[in-house]
Design a protein around this ligand. Structure first.
Ligand SMILES: NC(=O)c1ccc[n+]([C@@H]2O[C@H](COP(=O)([O-])OP(=O)(O)OC[C@H]3O[C@@H](n4cnc5c(N)ncnc54)[C@H](OP(=O)(O)O)[C@@H]3O)[C@@H](O)[C@H]2O)c1
Length: 258
């Protein structure tokens, strides 16, 4: 690792960015994060905010030159920043790579997506990342790529389409899929930044668990039962029955939906 342990994380307020910042911080990095919003809560998490619109080359150049940071964790946001347009995400990704190169960045980690090649071309929302990966590989920059699979955070994502409600859990499919926590993307990134010689030019998949929605439901019920049990001992014993009945009722409701 370079003696300068500062890292600039793009999209630091998003699901991936925020947790990558936290994981890097826990591993001793001095973490800076970009956001367009001057009113952000990054400082409260020990992250130094850099007000920047990462899809604007002038703004990103200003962020890199004013801080002098040489290690970048790069995210391209398909849904919001690229307006759900594959071509725009590719264009923005290429611009970031060019900008890093021009500003003398010494190591870039790109947050791509897992199993990209196995999806057909109708899956626009992640396919553009292949072109960004290839552009980065050909750029001459020193780099690593992390390829996270579906996020556990999607299970509770009210900003998009899926709030986690009491007694119910839903997902796009009932098939078993590989999933990961976004904090694990940051843990992988920390290993790469700390061992740049070893990881230069390499790609790592980030996956924690191959799981179906029914398995997730079962785990949640286990947690409810266990926490109820512990709660009943810590506080008032007679609450135990009420909570058990509530948990059994919720289980019954869910079993009906299987
Ligand atoms: N969900 C999954 O299962 C999954 C799996 C693998 C890969 N991915 C990929 O992960 C990437 C990041 O996802 P995420 O869930 O972390 O995103 P997110 O939580 O929606 O965060 C979006 C980030 O983009 C910034 N942003 C939003 N609109 C913008 C705009 N118009 N111009 C510039 N910046 C803008 C926001 O920053 P400010 O508003 O603070 O500026 C925010 O930090 C996506 O490209 C997705 O394809 C997702």
């Amino acid at each position: 690792m370079s003696t300068d342990n500062r890292v600039l994380v793009l999209c630091a307020t998003g699901k991936v960015g925020k947790n990558v910042c936290i994981a890097l911080k826990e591993k001793g990095f001095d973490v800076y994060g970009t956001t367009r919003n001057a009113k952000n809560n990054l400082e409260a998490k020990g992250i130094k905010p850099v007000v920047c619109n990462y899809i604007d080359k002038t703004s990103l150049t200003q962020a890199l030159t004013s801080t002098g940071i040489k290690q970048v964790f790069m995210i391209t946001d398909y849904f919001l920043a690229a307006k759900s347009k594959k071509a725009l995400e590719i264009e923005q990704g290429k611009m970031i790579v060019d900008c890093c190169k021009e500003c003398g960045v010494t190591f870039v980690i790109y947050s791509s997506a897992g199993d990209l090649e196995s999806f057909n071309d109708k899956v626009h929302h992640i396919k553009g990342k292949i072109d960004v990966e290839n552009y980065l590989k050909a750029s001459g920059l020193r780099f690593g790529i992390v390829r996270p699979v579906a996020f556990f955070e999607n299970l509770d994502d009210p900003a998009n389409w899926n709030p986690l409600k009491k007694g119910s859990v839903k997902f796009l499919t009932e098939c078993k899929v590989s999933m990961c926590a976004t904090i694990d993307i940051g843990k992988a990134a920390a290993v790469m930044f700390q061992n740049q010689e070893e990881w230069n030019g390499k790609t790592v998949d980030v996956a924690s668990w191959k799981v179906g929605i029914v398995d997730i439901y079962d785990i949640m019920i286990m947690i409810i039962l266990l926490s109820t049990f512990i709660y009943s001992f810590i506080y008032e014993y007679h609450y135990f029955e009420i909570y058990i009945y509530r948990a059994i009722f919720m289980s019954w409701l869910q079993l009906g939906k299987r």
